[in-house]
Design a protein around this ligand. Structure first.
Ligand code: ADP
Ligand code: X2W
Length: 303
């Protein structure tokens, strides 16, 4: 019989892969890991299903996974259906009050529920929350400076407070939280803000004292000289990454800022991996070589 996974691997190669995972299984048992699943990495059902399998695998080997998801392309598609054009500045969506309703509906109503049901095909494991659930996040409005010009992003926020108790209780009960990045506006009760999902994942990883933040996206990792594909960075410390931040473009700005924030906040490592590869999460966590770009505190911190 052949299976869809690794049909050409010999028994010895399969055994070697399993044995390679042993030190990582030992090291990470009981650890909390925040996995950020970007909208660009969920573009087809096969990828979504392999992601759900990876998360359930982590759960069964004693790791506590927390999923924080994005949904940028899905939001853009829904906005287009409403006749609203998508505009980004500095990697953030310019979000009108009207667009905010669509953002909230897509993230909390569609993407979150789809991921929860995919995970729950493997058992009753996942529960969806947004930043509005049980006071999880508080956010304040933010703008962005592009080429020296301050741009008003509308209903876009930065997380200023995380109350992780509800998520922690779920983890303690063996539940997999699936979190979307809509947050209440601390200064305008009753209003919601659109928070970049990388930033939300970093804030939650810090509050939960997570061991690792894994960010799935649609490139192999961080390129030093984007779009030169020979310039992939495999490992970088936060000091050097901070110097690269001003030269980065589009979605990589909030993503790498999130990695800096997570590591500076005490998360041991942040990894940017290619979510277009099926099982990118398992490959990152349980193989010696990992994949993509790893961000760590300083050069002495490299494992
Ligand atoms: N230096 C860089 N290295 C890698 N990708 C970059 C870089 N600068 C800009 N990018 C762009 O950032 C994109 C990833 O950000 P984004 O589209 O927001 O992803 P996601 O939906 O996963 O959050 C890549 O697809 C690439 O086009
Ligand atoms: C403020 C802001 O830009 N919010 C993002 C939230 C979703 C997100 O971050 O999705 P990805 O992870 O797929 O990029 C947006 O509206 O697209």
């Amino acid at each position: 019989m052949t299976t869809s996974s690794a049909p050409s691997a010999t028994p010895a190669a399969k055994a070697a892969t399993l044995v390679e995972s042993l030190p990582w299984l030992q090291r990470f048992r009981g650890a909390t890991m925040v996995i950020k699943y970007g909208g660009n990495a969920m573009v087809n059902e096969e990828l979504q299903r392999s992601f759900a399998q990876d998360v359930v695998y982590l759960h069964h080997v004693g790791i506590k996974p927390v999923v924080v998801h994005g949904g940028g392309p899905q939001i853009s598609a829904e906005l287009a259906r409403h006749g609203i054009e998508s505009e980004f500045a500095g990697g953030y969506r310019v979000t009108s009050a009207e667009a905010m309703k669509v953002v909230r509906m897509v993230l909390t109503g569609e993407v979150s529920q789809t991921l929860v049901s995919l995970v729950n095909e493997h058992g009753p494991h996942a529960v969806s929350l947004s930043g509005e659930s049980a006071g999880l996040f508080q956010a304040v409005r933010r703008g962005v400076v592009v080429d020296g010009v301050e741009i008003d992003l509308g209903h876009v926020g930065d997380i200023v407070e995380v109350e992780p108790r509800a998520v922690q209780r779920l983890l303690d009960d063996g539940v997999i939280p699936v979190v979307s990045s809509v947050a209440p506006d601390r200064d305008r009760p009753g209003e919601s803000l659109n928070v970049n999902a990388d930033a939300a994942a970093a804030a939650l990883a810090v509050a939960l004292r997570a061991e690792k933040l894994v960010v799935l996206t649609d490139v192999a990792g961080l390129y030093r000289d984007w779009p030169d594909t020979d310039s992939l960075v495999s490992s970088i410390d936060v000091d050097e990454l901070r110097t690269l931040l001003p030269g980065l473009a589009s979605g990589m700005i909030p993503k790498m800022q999130a990695c800096v924030d997570a590591v500076e906040g005490g998360v041991a490592k942040a990894a940017i991996v290619d979510g277009r590869e099926p099982h990118a999460v398992l490959l990152e966590i349980f193989t010696d070589s990992g994949s993509g770009t790893e961000v760590h505190a300083n050069t002495e911190g490299i494992a």
